[in-house]
Design a protein around this ligand. Structure first.
Ligand code: SAM
Ligand code: SF4
Ligand code: SF4
Length: 343
C-alpha cells in the first residue's frame, strides 16, 4: 500500500496535521502533583476499563488514516504508556507504516528493563520526565515511591539501547522544584541528553493551577545563565516548540518550552488520541470526536480518514494564545485531564 503523504490538508488557521499523540492508558504509577493529584486520582477514581481502550489494531487503523492526511510522527504517551501490556507489538506494527517516526514519553520507572526490547521493536526515541535529581524534591513532585535513581538509570539504559537522543522533560513549579533547575542543568551538561524545562501549564482542572506558580522561560534561562554563561540558539525549523540555549563553554544545549509566556499555537500541528479513541485538536479542549464508536460501528478506513479530514479542516484552536490575552486567565470552561488526553 502506498501512502498519500502531503495531501496539503490545512486547518482553518493554515496549520498542517503532522503529529499524532496517542495515549495508551489513562492509568499511571506516579501521582505527579501537577498532573494526577492523589486527592482526585485516588482509589475511588474511575479509570477506563479495558473494553473501552482502543485495541492495537484500532490504533493502527487511525494512525494509517491520519498519515494519509499528513501525519509523519506519533508519540506514545498516557498516563504512563509502559503500563500498557505488550506495547512492543504495537510499536512493531506502527513501524511497518511507511516512514512513520515513533517516539514515546515516559516517567522512566519501567523503562530501564524494557529499553532494549523497545528499541528492537523499532521505537525511535524516548523522552523521560524527571522534575528533580534530589530524592526528596522528586518524591514531592511525582508523589511516588520509585526512587529517582531508578529514573536516572533508565535514562542511561535508553541511551545505551539506541533510543537517543534522549530528552528529559522537567516541569518547573514555583514553590516545589525551582531549586532543581540548576541541578538538572549541571547533571546533563556535557552529556548526550537534552534537558527541556517546561512552564507549568493550566491543563485539566484538578491541579488547581495558579499563574504565580509558573516560572517563566526568562527566569529559567537567567537562573542557569548566572552559573553557566549561555546564548540563545536560532530555531532549526519554523515552529520549533522548544526555545534552545547553548552553553558558551561548549557544554551543550538545553531547551525551554514556554507554553504559557510565549504560546506557539500558530505552529501547532498536533492532534491527540485518547486511550478510548476520542480525537482532540487541542490539549485544552473540553470534548473530543469519538473514533472508537465510528470504528466499532463497522466504518471502513475511508470513513475514518474523512472524519479526521473534516475535523482538522474546521480546527481553529489557539487556547494558549487566548489565555495570554485574557484578564481572567482561563478563557474556557472545564477541560479534559492531561493523563487522559495524552501529554
Ligand atoms: N507519564 C508519562 C510522563 O510523565 O512522561 C507520559 C504522560 S505525561 C502527561 C506527558 C508530559 O506532560 C510529561 O512530561 C509531564 O511532565 C507533562 N505534564 C503533565 N502535566 C503538566 C502540566 N500541568 N504542565 C506542564 N507539563 C505537564
Ligand atoms: Fe503520570 Fe506522567 Fe502525569 Fe506524572 S506527568 S502523573 S508520570 S502521566
Ligand atoms: Fe496547540 Fe492548543 Fe497548545 Fe495552542 S493551546 S499549542 S492549539 S494544543
Amino acid at each position: 500500500m502506498t501512502n498519500d503523504y502531503g495531501s496539503g490538508l490545512l486547518d482553518a488557521r493554515g496549520r498542517p496535521l503532522r503529529d499524532l499523540r496517542i495515549s495508551l492508558t489513562d492509568r499511571c504509577n506516579f501521582r505527579c502533583v501537577y498532573c494526577m493529584p492523589r486527592e482526585t486520582f485516588g482509589p475511588d477514581h474511575a479509570f477506563l476499563t479495558s473494553d473501552r481502550l482502543l485495541s492495537f489494531d484500532e490504533i493502527e487503523r487511525i494512525t494509517r488514516a491520519s498519515m494519509r492526511l499528513g501525519v509523519r510522527k506519533v508519540r506514545l504517551t498516557g498516563g504512563e504508556p509502559l503500563l500498557r501490556d505488550d506495547i512492543e507489538t504495537l510499536i512493531a506494527s506502527l513501524k511497518k507504516l511507511d516512514g512513520l517516526e515513533v517516539a514515546m514519553t515516559t516517567n522512566g520507572a519501567l523503562l530501564g528493563d524494557r529499553a532494549v526490547a523497545l528499541a528492537r521493536a523499532g521505537l525511535d526515541r524516548v523522552t523521560v520526565s524527571l522534575d528533580s535529581t534530589d530524592p526528596e524534591t522528586f518524591r514531592r513532585m511525582s508523589d511516588t515511591r520509585v526512587p529517582v535513581a531508578r529514573v536516572l538509570g533508565s535514562i542511561d539504559a535508553a541511551a545505551a539501547a539506541g533510543l537517543g537522543p534522549v530528552k528529559v522533560n522537567v516541569v518547573v513549579r514555583r514553590g516545589v522544584n525551582e531549586n532543581s533547575v540548576l541541578d538538572l542543568a549541571r547533571t546533563f551538561r556535557r552529556s548526550p541528553v537534552t534537558v527541556r524545562f517546561i512552564e507549568y501549564m493550566d491543563v485539566g482542572s484538578t491541579n488547581r493551577w495558579q499563574h504565580d506558580q509558573v516560572i517563566g522561560a526568562a527566569e529559567i534561562a537567567s537562573t542557569i545563565g548566572a552559573e553557566f554563561p549561555l546564548e540563545p540558539v536560532p530555531p532549526r525549523y519554523a515552529g520549533e516548540v522548544a526555545r534552545r540555549y547553548r552553553y558558551l563553554d561548549g557544554g551543550g544545549e538545553f531547551g525551554i518550552i514556554a507554553s504559557v509566556t510565549r504560546p506557539f499555537c500558530g505552529d501547532c500541528t498536533r492532534a491527540r488520541l485518547s486511550a478510548d479513541g476520542q480525537v482532540y485538536t487541542c490539549l485544552f479542549a473540553g470534548s473530543g470526536t469519538d473514533l472508537r464508536a465510528l470504528i466499532r460501528s463497522g466504518a471502513d478506513d475511508d470513513a475514518i480518514e474523512n472524519t479526521l479530514r473534516r475535523l482538522w479542516s474546521a480546527r481553529s484552536d489557539r487556547y494558549s494564545e487566548l489565555r495570554s490575552h485574557s484578564a481572567d486567565e482561563s478563557p474556557i470552561g472545564p477541560r479534559v485531564e492531561m493523563s487522559y488526553i495524552g501529554g
